[in-house]
Write a protein that binds this ligand. Structure first.
Ligand code: C2O
Ligand code: CU
Ligand code: CU
Length: 514
């Protein structure tokens, strides 16, 4: 590890690496956006992002991941490859697999020309490992993030679930994620009956990211201002980095881990034959109920849902579609084609309920604090309660152990806001005074506020998790910030990344239990 760090410092001194040049263009009207070159639907198979490389030290996985420039063949060959910034130089980034109850260590190196901060989205973690927006790893430096993956109270459980990690640099998260700095973090649990119903070979992540790719292969990104008020919306959707892939499936049940990794785009996912599927998990892991049959599901930005699709009696071809897009835009509507083949493969059934809570879930009667957040636009910027992000200003100080009800208000009719809280899982109490959607009645950490939408969420604040004690043999490369700088500090923000960058983000600091 030390050798590696020395190498990085040397390579930085000798010129370092190039960041992909996709800075903001000035004064660009939405109509002036380029168009991704024509592509043939279903001409390439789905790919699954590879696992990141790790060593195991006394039972703890130590991942070693480098943020650096690279190339990805996003357009079909022989069209040019796309210059990206990616974890280990790939797009989507390498997967991290962790085991519930056992810490994971990830040493991130920065071989880009700009600083980066890495956020593990969904983890309940000490603030120093959360990826605070100004907790930078500078060019040529490394930082060790320690993820506890520990199961505690209901709002801070780290049970089996689908999470992701991505750049969280102040003001430029949208550009950096657009360039490829995002990957999956799957928390598994060898002892969880639900987590093991479906075999690994039928357990498939599907990450949806829309993009615009120029004819020369470069990514088009207009920046937070010129992207328009909806945030950036592309003209093609990549599924695991492939435009309109096909995927051969067996006649059995599949577990799909869905992530809306887009910045300005939402999805209403449905199968082209109208076949129902079962919802089994939200961002907060398996539902606290039985699986829920649905024929379509809404996904705001950063949300994850896990669904089970039974292909046993499906037609030979089924397409997963985004119903929010009309049939004239097939590259945005027809996301992935499943080619169903082979004999029927028997499958097991899920436990009922899928999961039980370690303690009663929070209810409104126990709430002692109420807060209200207006998400709005002011002087051309997106803000929360009138102010943008200031790392020197703490906006909210919840106390560990308290139960709070937050009212989130989108006063505008022009755009929506997917609101995300770090550190906690919460429950959605209601939307506009009505019960939340059936798909969002379990633990969440992102809630979508549609136009003129209001939602109330309930949070029982956890303690800031202690930093796990690691075996001495685990190599530690600390970042440039002193440990403790961000220990109890986190952010809550809109996950429309252009809104987040300009400037819809608050800081909260968790007070110790009374
Ligand atoms: Cu995925 Cu603070 O974000
Ligand atoms: Cu997050
Ligand atoms: Cu927003």
């Amino acid at each position: 590890m030390v050798t590696r760090r020395e190498f990085l410092l040397l390579s930085a001194a000798s010129g370092g690496a190039l960041l992909v040049p996709v800075g903001p263009l000035v004064g660009l009207a939405r109509g002036a956006f380029p168009t991704t070159p024509p592509t043939t639907p279903w001409d390439r198979p789905l790919t699954i992002p590879p696992q990141g490389s790790f060593t195991t030290v006394d039972g703890i996985r130590v991942y070693d991941i480098t943020a650096k420039p690279g190339f990805a063949q996003l357009l079909p060959p022989p069209m040019p490859a796309t210059p990206i910034s990616g974890y280990d130089g790939i797009f989507p980034g390498p997967g991290i697999r962790a085991e519930s109850g056992t810490p994971t260590v990830a040493v991130f190196h920065n071989e880009m020309t700009e600083p980066t901060s890495v956020h593990q989205h969904g983890q309940v973690v000490d603030g120093d490992s959360d990826g605070f927006p100004v907790d930078y790893i500078r060019t040529g430096e490394s930082k060790t993030y320690i993820y506890p993956n520990r199961t505690t109270s209901v709002c801070s459980q780290m049970t089996a679930r689908t999470m992701w990690y991505h750049d969280h640099s102040r003001d430029v998260t949208g550009r950096n994620v657009m360039n490829g700095l995002a990957g999956l973090y799957l928390l598994r649990d060898a002892n969880d009956a639900t987590d093991n119903v479906i075999d690994d070979q039928y357990d498939v992540p599907l990450v949806f990211q829309d993009r615009i790719i120029n004819a020369d292969g470069t990514l088009f990104y207009p920046g937070p201002v010129d992207a328009g008020n909806q945030g950036f919306q592309g003209d093609i959707v990549l599924v695991n980095g492939v435009i309109g892939p096909r995927f051969t499936v067996a006649r059995t049940k599949y577990r799909f881990r869905l992530l809306n990794g887009s910045s300005g785009r939402q999805y209403q996912l449905a199968l082209s034959n109208g076949q129902p599927f079962q919802l089994i998990a939200t961002e907060g892991g398996f539902l606290l109920s039985d699986a829920i049959p649905l024929t379509s599901i809404f996904m705001g930005q950063a949300e994850r849902y896990e669904i089970v699709v039974d292909f046993t009696d499906a037609p030979d071809q089924v397409v997963l579609q985004n119903q929010l897009v009309g049939s004239g835009q097939s590259r945005l509507r027809d996301l992935i084609r499943f080619d169903v083949t082979g004999p029927k493969v028997p499958s097991k059934s899920f436990p009922s309920p899928l999961r039980t809570s370690p303690e009663p879930v929070p209810v409104e009667a126990e709430a002692t604090v109420r807060r209200s957040f207006k998400l709005h636009r002011k002087h051309g910027k997106f803000v929360i309660n009138g102010v943008g992000f200031d790392p020197a200003r703490v906006d909210v100080s919840p106390r560990a152990g308290d139960t709070e009800v937050w009212t989130l208000v989108n006063e505008s009719g022009g755009w929506s806001h997917p609101v995300h809280l770090h550190l906690v899982n919460f429950l959605v109490l209601d939307r506009g005074g009505r019960p939340p959607g059936v798909y969002e009645r379990s633990l969440k950490e992102t809630v979508h506020l549609p136009r003129h939408g209001t939602a109330r969420i309930i949070i029982r604040w956890p303690d800031v998790p202690p930093v796990p004690v690691l075996p001495a043999a685990v190599p530690l490369a600390t970042g440039p910030q002193l440990p403790g700088t961000f220990r109890d500090r986190y952010v809550t923000h809109c996950h429309n990344l252009e809104h987040e960058d300009h400037d819809m983000m608050n800081q909260f600091q968790v007070l110790q239990r009374a």
